[in-house]
Ligand binder design. Sequence first.
Ligand code: SME
Length: 151
Amino acid sequence: MLDSLRPKIKSIIHSNQEKDTKLQEICNLLQESVPHYDWVGFYFRNGDKEELKLGPYTGEPTDHTIIPFGKGICGQVAVSNENFVVPDVQAQDNYIACSLTVKSEIVVPLFVNGENIGQIDIDSNTPDPFTKEDERFLEFVNEELAKIMEH
Ligand code: SME
């Protein structure tokens, strides 16, 4: 299922649109196409600051538009440079709740020339839905995006 989205991701990324429009279209496509993707968004490093800033997203608005490095799942990925799959958000100590309906989360970092410049963040209202297939697919999305991202 996720593999069938790969050509659509590529076509958005290579379309003739602004970068933020492409990011928004990717959020929309993922949220509409994958039943367990309820909130899909991008966070990027905020200039030289040790914090993340919310970019394009699809889903409920969140108060967490700025997240310091180290805080929450997103802030931890900014520091660890590794995927973070959370089957049960309530079992996490260092977690920032955006909505009470969220049960699980996946965050995959986005590297440009080896530098962690941001991440894709997905919240799910389904408990423990994320597999290696999600990780490989979201790594693909970020690798494709890296081709058009500056740092
Ligand atoms: N849950 C995230 C915060 C971002 S929201 O999911 C949109 C975290 O713990 O970092």
